[in-house]
Write a protein that binds this ligand. Sequence first.
Ligand SMILES: [Mn+2]
Length: 356
Amino acid sequence: MEMTFRWFGSKFDTVSLKYIRQIPGVKGVITTLYDTTPGEAWDRDAIKAIKKEVTDAGLKISGIESVNVCDSIKVGDADRDRYIDNYIKTLTNLGEEDIHTVCYNFMPVFDWTRTELARVRSDGSTVMAYTQEAVDKIDPSDIFNSLSKHTNGHILPGWEPERMSQVQELFEMYKDVDADKLFDNLVYFLNAIMPVCDKYDINMAIHPDDPAWSVFGLARIITNKEQIVKLLQAVDNVHNGVTLCTGSFGTKLNNDIVDTIYAIKGRIHFAHVRNLKFITPTNFEESAHLSSDGDFDMYAIMKALYDSGFDGIIRPDHGRMIWGEEAMPGYGLYDRALGAVYLQGLWEAIDKNSKQ
Ligand SMILES: [Mn+2]
């Protein structure tokens, strides 16, 4: 297990590499070229530059989150092969720079969806939250406007303003893309990129849909154990793997996280481990990582990862905003650092206990 921390690059992140290095046990960051447009090939020199910045700070790049997949590939339109070639070029450049894990998602139009970015909890911390009731009331073209007031001026990953100005067009593009078609397009994409992944030993790690059900009538396919197993079997190559994000996959309360970890062992290349507190099954908030602060048994999750032989990269996920910090919602320093250390504490205890 390698503990890491997400970092958006010095132009976009309020958290410095210097501070990340001071979190006990964190040796690497998960980063991205945040100002690239999905569909473009990543420039080798830009990858070299961010790698140098990270290395100069005494850390390493443990993986990329994300190399976004553009809509042409997701809807499977006539241009998709051109964009897949660009994706292959990006993977080649990452492989040449000795980067071997890439997280991505295959959600139509919207990335993860929350309806509140700063719900105040009883201890005065603020957290991101979701209620189905609020989603059902929103015109999708307004969700960006309603959220953008609360981002502290930051651009949220997957919610770039340029993209959100095209929401109507995007909905039009996806109108004939049902779950089966989306799944076929994902398989087509994976089959096309597997040769370059084999060549450079790049682990592709798909992120579960968040929340794990359809929103705004758009298809969603990475929502439960059966769907994930189906995808792993459809492209049966170890480089076709998963980002086990407990806070996304666990949004659906009947998704058994522990059981799923065992069902896909060996194919989990990256883990986002965080907790959720449910008020109702469709009203939840992102609690502190500690088991008792939410509804997940974090010990059981870490133990399942340990016992199933997980040896990939892991990171804490969305944190609460605490101690007066101002940062991108979910991505402050303090609460994620607490999460990183807590998860390592669990891991150390599990490891020592198993060796007794
Ligand atoms: Mn995640």
